[in-house]
Design a protein around this ligand. Sequence first.
Ligand code: ADP
Ligand code: MG
Length: 316
Amino acid sequence: QRQKQKTAKYPNLDNYEVLENIGEGAFSVVYKARHKVTNKLVAIKILRKFQMDQAQKSAVLKEVTIMRQLDHPNIVRFIEFIDSDLYYYIVQELAPGGEIFTAIVKYTYFSEDLARHVIRQVAEAIQYLHDEVGIVHRDIKPENLLYVPIDTKPSVNPVAKLRKSDDPNAKLDEGEFVPGVGGGGIGVVKLADFGLSKQIWEHNTKTPCGTVGYTAPEIVRDERYSREVDMWAIGCVLYTLLCGFPPFYDESIDTLTEKVAKGEYTFLSPWWDEISDGAKHCVSKLLTVDPSKRYAIADFLNDPWLTKPYNVQVAH
Ligand code: ADP
Ligand code: MG
């Protein structure tokens, strides 16, 4: 009976059985759904077309145009776009783990290995976007980083290791979590939400969008620097993964803006005391105010902290 109501509420979704609500945005609500023929689970982003003006509608069409071009294991895959009178539907691959954001809230912060495991995958997605497709995401944050969970099988007792004890029988307390080794580990990270992304290069041709010969210097300059915003955001995410709170925060939006503009952040004690110098160096190269000095994606992927082998076991 309830199912019938949901399907009735969302016309033109006949091929899908709409299941539970898994997310929400300003104009959108995201549902888990099952494709009736293949039984495949998907995520459907439903946008309330009737609440949108023309500019907002074209933004959705742009988001779809961008998503259609993308083909990468660390990016949520586009399945289909359905237009109806009242709603737009963007059908996507389901990331069953949900948001990395929720995992940070749940586990407070990640080990360096797990943070590396997550951010390296984000970097792979960004390298693909920046260097191969010519797209700047512009909204990288833990809410837009989703994941496919895995069960990891540790070869050493992770609890004993965590507590620096020799007890092979050390057990987790109820609800306690050891990043990357317990059940509910983070497997494949998937970048989502291309609602703010922008195409700066023509796909495959590596030439700027628009008529090149007539492009003003400030536009060319902007395009030159626009991908650096993603690198800054990766720096903010990496900082947050490692300690559990963001690098820049203030109750007052004016003070916050000022702090960001000056790049005023600290490796706050005691939370950062145990974190390696390599991790701090990597964060500081990303959170560099001058975009020309900031790590570009290739620099980040070559960083010694990022490339260090890690022991988050990833099954299959
Ligand atoms: P918005 O532009 O409104 O932020 P998003 O595309 O970010 O929309 O989706 C909103 C939320 O819905 C995400 O933060 C996430 O929690 C959930 N969500 C979106 N897409 C998926 C997906 N493919 N798999 C699982 N959850 C998703
Ligand atoms: Mg979002």
